[in-house]
Design a protein around this ligand. Structure first.
Ligand SMILES: Nc1c(C(=O)O)ncn1[C@@H]1O[C@H](COP(=O)(O)O)[C@@H](O)[C@H]1O
Length: 169
């Protein structure tokens, strides 16, 4: 469920329900930073008409950013980017056969002229996609920008307060 009743600013889509354990980390970050979002399974391969409708209507529905996660032949982020001028952040989901290298290369190697911002494979990439989407929304939303700054400051404090790397010093 979205973080609030406000209309969604970020669309979090993924090629399959099976991507959720990774993509929930993007959603977790958006919730933490108070960014309204929506989630949906959309597949370039399995639901091409839905993909076109979703991407073409995204801006007029009020979205500012789309996060698209997919694994294997991960065409979803690039195809979404081809149908909207909104920024698209691609998250390579780890695949069983090739451990996400296939997903990464499918997403990152876009032809010049259609941009996808590609994040790291898996959980860290999904987390950072949520963070980067919040940073983009924060360009026009002071509350979200303040939440991003507070998150970053807390992260720095946590590291500085725990300088000893040993598990049980
Ligand atoms: N890469 C894509 C696309 C797409 O790019 O449109 N649609 C589904 N998939 C991916 O197929 C993988 C296996 O999906 P299933 O687990 O449903 O078989 C998922 O990681 C999904 O993102």
């Amino acid at each position: 469920m979205p973080a609030s009743n406000e209309s969604p600013r970020v669309g979090v889509i993924m090629g399959s329900k099976s991507d959720w354990p990774v993509m929930e980390h993007a959603v977790g970050m958006l919730e933490r930073l108070g960014v309204p979002y929506e989630t949906r399974v959309v597949s370039a391969h399995r639901t091409p008409d839905l993909l076109f409708d979703y991407a073409k209507s995204a801006a007029e529905r009020g979205l500012s950013v789309i996060i698209a996660g997919a694994g294997g032949a991960a065409h979803l982020p690039g195809m979404v980017a081809s149908q909207t001028a909104l920024p698209v952040l691609g998250v390579p989901v780890e695949s069983k056969a090739l451990k996400g290298l296939d997903s990464l290369l499918s997403i990152v190697q876009m032809p010049g002229g259609i941009a996808v911002g590609t994040l790291a494979i898996g959980k860290a990439g999904a987390t950072n996609a949520g963070l980067m989407a919040a940073q983009i929304v924060g360009l026009q939303d002071d509350g979200v920008r303040a939440a991003v700054e507070a998150f970053r400051a807390e992260q720095t404090r946590t590291v500085l307060d725990n300088p000893d790397p040993r598990p049980n010093p």
